[in-house]
Design a binder for this molecule. Structure first.
Ligand code: ZN
Length: 505
């Protein structure tokens, strides 16, 4: 089955066929840089990062562009509140975007156009719209005349006559109302207000409206017709509807072949929204949870479905990520006991390796079906289960049950598929050498050649030994054992009843 994806424009799943064979041009609407981005934004960036990685996995060369809106009322308001400039606010939150996105292992885009760096392209587009009678100037503003574009509403399925008057997104409706010929018209250019940044233009000093920025940036960076235009579902109307109206009125061609929109994140059962005050910033979330656990949380749902953000769901994702990390120990166990050195994650991207074709086929089949990541993940978890089991067999019995060549293929497949989903597979950099005597552990750095994690029985034995030290009030010894276990990723919890329980991190 070829890759099929749900196209918001046609409201059905369609086979994917790029404009130019082997190449994909893709645009994702980015942040408005007035704050740290919230978890709803994070879902957008993770999902379309996975779409990009999967297209690359299928062999496509992907050009991926994501913009920054760096001029907007929200940024101006924040600049006033903070006593600084619009540019300083935008620069600060663009830098913060990269910090948070990097932690989520989101690949860097090929280009990050900024609205304020695209003023020429924006003015050219507005000028062309004016020439073709799709735009009119009014008192220093320029508006798009939606009734001139017969296909207006084709993306969102809204009919012009049913739309609420002035539903033009971020434009301040009240003060513009008397300048518009039709309440549904939206601003392409806004006359300068005192004290605000502005640019010279044929219509007087002013600044661009939000929607026209993206039309101009897509055209500048990717051309007049692109393969995939993507964003959160809330952008379908008016933002993407308006982008279509602007771009297609000028070029006479479709702006994008496929329009992809992801579902919302609900916070404890309610839609996340500013008015409900239940917004969560990604940065706050990452202070508490592993970024890869959040990534896993996002990918556990098909991207068009809503997902419920609860602490239980995040903790479940953390456990899931621990399971995958445990399977990553396999490489060390194997290197230590079998003499075989598996291809590690870094090498894997540099050479072609043999894979478990059956697992790859099932993974691809799921992803080909409109990026069904929950099913794709189940293939990865099955591989993890086998690797962990075989790794334990190796430690306990000195040899695995499955043939080494098969395990090697499974290992390589496990690492490769994790990478397709952007789940960071950096292996532990600290190796532990087992001396054969419980409690005598030495830790070596990256150069270690003999590396084995502790078995459950050995952890139990150490915990018992520590218990005896505590009873003898030998606190130094008790702490030493705790620290050694900690260094190997085992955390101890002393309960009030005197029992010590442990878990792997
Ligand atoms: Zn956009």
């Amino acid at each position: 089955m070829p890759l099929t994806l749900y196209n918001t424009l046609t409201r059905r799943k369609e086979p994917f066929a790029p404009i130019e064979p082997g190449k994909v041009r893709m645009y994702v609407c980015g942040i408005t840089a007035y704050n740290y981005f919230h978890v709803g934004n994070a879902r957008v960036f993770v999902i379309f990062d996975v779409v990009r990685r999967y297209l690359q996995w299928l062999g496509y060369e992907v050009r991926y562009v994501q913009n920054f809106t760096d001029i907007d009322d929200k940024i101006l308001n924040r600049a006033v509140a903070d006593g600084t400039t619009m540019q300083a606010i935008a620069d600060r939150f663009i830098a913060a975007y990269f910090e948070d996105a990097d932690r989520l292992n989101i690949l860097r885009a090929d280009a990050y156009p900024r609205a304020t760096h695209t003023i020429d392209g924006i003015q050219r587009l507005i000028h062309e719209l004016e020439q073709r009678q799709y735009a009119y100037a009014a008192d220093g503003d320029v508006y798009y005349a939606v009734r001139q574009f017969p296909e207006y509403g084709k993306l969102s399925g809204r009919k012009l006559d049913e739309m609420q008057a002035g539903a033009s997104g971020r434009v301040d409706v009240e003060e513009d109302a008397d300048k518009k010929k039709d309440p549904a018209d939206f601003a392409l250019w806004k006359a300068a207000k005192p004290g605000e940044p502005s640019w010279e233009s044929p219509w007087g000093n002013g600044r661009p409206g939000w929607h026209v920025e993206c039309s101009a940036m897509v055209r500048d960076e990717l051309g007049e017709l692109i393969d995939i235009h993507a964003g959160g579902m809330d952008l379908t109307f008016p933002h993407h509807e308006n982008e279509i109206a602007q771009s297609e009125a000028v070029t006479g061609k479709p702006l994008a072949r496929y329009w992809l929109h992801n579902g919302f994140i609900n916070m404890d059962g309610e839609k996340m929204s500013k008015s409900l005050g239940n917004f969560r910033l990604t940065r706050d979330l990452l202070a508490k949870y592993d970024p890869m656990a959040f990534r896993l949380f996002v990918l556990q749902a098909q991207y068009r479905k809503p997902i419920d953000f609860t602490s239980d769901a995040l903790e479940a994702a953390e456990n899931g990520w621990k399971t995958l990390k445990e399977a990553l120990q396999f490489e060390m166990q194997f290197a230590a006991l079998s003499g075989w050195s598996p291809v590690n994650a870094t090498e894997l991207s540099q050479k072609s390796v043999e894979l478990d074709q059956e697992a790859v086929d099932r993974f691809n089949e799921a992803m080909d079906d409109d990026f069904n990541t929950p099913i794709a993940l189940s293939v990865i978890f099955e591989l993890a289960k086998t690797l962990t089991r075989e790794g334990n067999q190796l430690v306990h019995q000195g040899k695995p049950d499955l043939p080494i060549a098969q395990l090697q293929r499974q290992w390589q497949t496990f690492i490769s598929l994790l990478k397709v989903l952007g789940l960071d597979v950096q292996q532990p950099s600290r190796f532990v050498v087992r001396t054969g005597q419980p409690g005598l552990l030495e830790i070596f750095g990256d150069g270690g050649t003999f590396a084995v994690g502790l078995t459950d029985a050995e952890v139990d034995a150490l915990v018992q030994q520590r218990q005896e030290a505590r009873q003898a009030k030998n606190w130094a010894e008790s702490d030493r054992i705790r620290n050694e276990l900690q260094a190997q990723g085992v955390t101890l919890i002393d309960h009030k009843d005197g029992v010590t329980r442990w878990h792997r991190n």
